[in-house]
Design a protein around this ligand. Structure first.
Ligand code: AMP
Ligand code: MG
Length: 337
């Protein structure tokens, strides 16, 4: 299959929407990361998404809609709290897990009786959904397990020859995937995956915000995951990633002592002065780090890095999302100095 690179204009967006309506798979920019879009109601189109990614069949796809009101078409119940959250965060980087109805096939929800619903704000993604007239299933447009794509070139690296087209819409604004929440009760949400809609932002609307323990630490061997994505190794470059929680001084001493061929450090902007080993920087604050983290993990692979020591990011605000992606890239290998 030849993968066509489309441009960010109405003509090309119309072509993409037509492909999706016809059951094909298209890479589309969103404000979080690039997504692999297919008609969520079309079982063979959704199957093609799972195949293109090599994604395990029990890992559900998020369904993207043009307006939150359309969630009523695909769910059997929407709590009042979800409407209040939608007023504040839709369109945006928030996915709400709700009980699905039979308009969403089981293949899309990975066999679950719930479906994640998101209303993206990116104008290209929004227009693709509008023109296709479909509920759009769209997981991140990477090969399963690899870092998520934040520009069209990354999608091409992973998906060239596997999907019909990719729309080039430049760099993703946030750089990490959406915040995924479920509802524990009428007043309480549970964060299943942290993203740009932070715990602090959710707490302004919800009485209670729980951070699922699997966000910060490894699931126990026999534990049931609240969200299937938690079970899988994720965001991993080929290199062995090790996260180090320490002061800059202790980090420098550690990597200096443990440096070897093809070892790199991933440090903050501002840490560079007299840094003793090879390094890349990944931003100065949490939102810059979110924006850059997946790009840097891909670059480290391109550079042939075999071991990467990463300075642990802050766990507050969108930093929690960066920390979560890195600790998973590190296979939960953290050194505290
Ligand atoms: P991605 O498609 O790459 O953005 O990953 C989506 C993630 O959202 C999945 O790996 C799940 O962990 C989570 N998710 C999607 N739908 C549901 C659902 N119905 N219940 C729980 N988690 C979900
Ligand atoms: Mg993904």
């Amino acid at each position: 299959m030849k993968t066509v690179l489309l441009e960010n204009n109405e003509k090309d967006i119309t072509i993409a929407a037509e492909l999706i309506r016809n059951g094909e798979v298209v890479g589309v920019p969103t404000e979080t990361v690039y997504g692999l879009c297919a008609d969520a109601r079309n079982e063979s189109a959704v199957k093609a998404v799972f195949e293109a990614k090599g994604r395990p069949a029990d890992n559900p796809l998020i369904v993207h809609l043009a307006e939150f009101s359309q969630a009523e078409l695909y769910t059997s119940y929407i709590p009042e709290l979800a409407y209040r959250l939608a007023e504040k965060f839709c369109p945006g980087a928030l996915t709400m897990v709700l009980p699905k109805n039979n308009r969403i096939p089981m293949i899309t929800s990975g066999g679950l009786d719930t479906v994640g619903i998101r209303v993206p704000s990116h104008p290209v993604m929004h227009r693709v959904i509008e023109l296709s007239g479909c509920p759009v299933a769209a997981p991140s447009a990477n090969i399963s397990g690899l870092p998520s794509p934040t520009c069209a070139e990354h999608v091409m690296q992973d998906m060239n020859g596997r999907i019909s087209a990719v729309i080039n819409g430049g760099n993703s604004k946030y750089g990490v995937e959406s915040t995924v929440i479920s509802f524990d009760n009428e007043n309480t949400v549970r964060i299943l995956r942290p993203g740009a809609v932070t715990k602090e932002m959710l707490a302004q609307i919800c009485g209670n915000v729980i951070i699922d323990p699997a966000i910060l630490s490894e699931l126990a061997e026999n534990a049931v995951a609240s969200s299937p994505g938690m079970k899988y190794k994720h965001y991993s470059p080929k290199a062995d990633v090790i996260m180090i929680e320490s002061s800059l001084q202790d980090f420098i001493e550690y990597v200096d002592q443990n440096n070897s061929d093809n070892t790199y450090s991933l440090i903050f902007d501002g840490d560079e002065d007299n840094f003793p080993c090879r390094y890349l920087t990944y931003g100065a604050d949490s939102s810059q780090q979110a924006h850059m983290i997946f790009r840097r993990l891909r670059e480290l692979d391109d550079m042939g890095a075999e071991k990467v020591y990463v300075r642990a990011p802050s766990k507050t605000g969108v930093g929690l999302a960066v920390y979560n992606r890195l600790i998973r890239a590190a296979g939960f290998e953290v050194i505290k100095l």
